[in-house]
Design a binder for this molecule. Structure first.
Ligand code: PMP
Length: 406
């Protein structure tokens, strides 16, 4: 028996009640973006109705309330990840976060010939920024290979580390395969070789308890909209000594102490890296999301998603002609697959007509698609609000599509 009433939890998500093409919506695309509970929607609504003002610039009551709400969200997120709030820079999401590390931290430290190890299973957001700084500095991006099951090849990691590297970029959980990488072990090995580590936590923090400090990385990035929060929110945790040493990424208001035409002095971290007006209402919503998830409990969420994953793995194994891409032993509830005789896009389009939302495409992971020799996959990604019945609906839907295409 589960300790949480998951039926009641599901009812917290207004959008899940709607129909698509006349059918009850079956939303299996949480890895793309999560749906939002009413608590998040209401927090954003309440901010705009009652507290809206800019942060840090006004002494009036609303300005103070807005600043407290924004900084309060930073505090909630920091507690959620078990880090100090002053080491957590708020930004628009993982893409921004990794670009910030690439330009402010890595670029000044990179020289021609330096190697940046990037795992084969990264999202483009954790590949392209490294290619851009490599181009600027003469450094080299080196793929860190994976096994056919879809795990980081730890022997390859040791070989690449022994050859020398400046930085290692790795995802905590793969957005395509669901692999949960042993990031603590990986970061320990990298650290022994003096290699800096950047972990992409986008697909990890929404689905399991994450103690960022215990991972031992140098930077940890995440995105708010996969965490039941609004789009355009996210954060980057970094070691304090790194923040202190880093020049600003963007210049503007909020990030300065004093501006003179002769020269400008900068604010302390984290505000040094938060130029301009942030997505205040978005962070209020993200703070509410973290409260919501914490009230359910991330352990309970992880256990529920494990149950759903096991059901999905068992049911998909019954589908003739279905091939799962990757089969990592430690995995989150993300399943990429192909069905014989159906292009991934056709399959997703026909499933949509049944009300079933799955993603098809390369999932912003071209190098991983190249590894498996496929142009695209279909991906079903589950969350704690999904049900076994929805997984059964997916299996029935795939069966129907196969008959249509036969
Ligand atoms: N990394 C991973 C693993 C992701 O799944 C995503 C989103 N698909 C991103 C990075 C990019 O996140 P965002 O677009 O929110 O910046």
């Amino acid at each position: 028996m589960s300790e949480v009433d998951w039926g009641r939890v599901r009812a917290d998500f207004p959008l899940l009640e709607r129909k698509v093409h006349g059918k009850p919506l079956v939303y299996l695309d949480s890895a793309n973006t999560a749906q939002k509970p009413a608590a998040v929607i209401e927090a954003v609504d309440a901010f705009y109705r009652r507290h809206n003002a800019n942060v840090s610039r006004a002494v009036h009551a609303l300005g103070t309330e807005a600043t407290e709400a924004y900084e309060g969200a930073r505090g909630r997120l920091a507690r959620f990840l078990n880090v100090a709030a002053q080491d957590l820079v708020l930004c628009s999401g993982t893409t921004f976060a990794i670009n910030l590390v690439a330009w402010s931290f890595a670029q000044p430290r990179l020289a021609a010939g330096d190697r940046i190890l990037v795992s084969r299973m990264e999202h483009h957001a954790n590949i392209v920024p490294w290619q851009l700084v490599a181009e600027r500095t003469g450094a080299q991006v080196v793929p860190l290979e994976i096994t056919p099951q879809g795990e980081i090849d730890l022997d390859a990691l040791d070989r690449e580390l022994a050859r020398g590297a400046r930085l290692l970029a790795v995802t905590h959980v793969s957005n395509v395969l669901g692999t949960i990488n042993p990031v603590r072990e990986i970061c320990q090995r990298a650290r022994r070789h003096g290699v800096f580590t950047v972990v992409d936590g986008s697909q990890a923090v929404p689905h399991q308890p994450v103690d960022v400090g215990a991972i031992g990385c140098d930077f940890y990035a995440f995105t708010g909209h996969k965490l039941c929060g609004p789009t355009g929110t996210g954060g980057l945790w970094g070691r304090r000594e790194h923040w202190q040493s880093m020049p600003p990424f963007l210049g503007g208001g909020e990030m300065i102490r004093e501006v003179r035409f002769e020269g400008t002095t900068f604010n302390d971290p984290p505000h040094r890296f938060e130029a301009g007006t942030p997505n205040i209402a978005g962070f209020v919503g993200l703070g509410a999301a973290v409260d919501y998830l914490s009230a359910i409990g991330m352990q309970a969420i992880a256990r529920r998603e494990r149950e759903l994953l096991e059901h999905a793995l068992a049911r998909l194994a019954e589908v003739p002609g279905l091939r799962l891409i990757g089969n990592p032993p430690a995995r989150a509830a993300i399943l990429s697959f192909l069905v014989e005789g159906a292009h991934a896009h056709d399959l997703a389009t026909l499933l949509d007509l049944e009300g079933i939302a799955v993603r098809s495409g390369h999932h912003c992971a071209h190098p991983l698609m190249q590894f498996y020799g496929v142009p695209a996959t279909c991906r079903a990604s589950l969350a704690f609000w999904n049900t076994e019945a929805e997984i059964d609906a997916l299996v029935d839907g795939i069966g129907k599509v196969r008959r249509q295409l036969a």
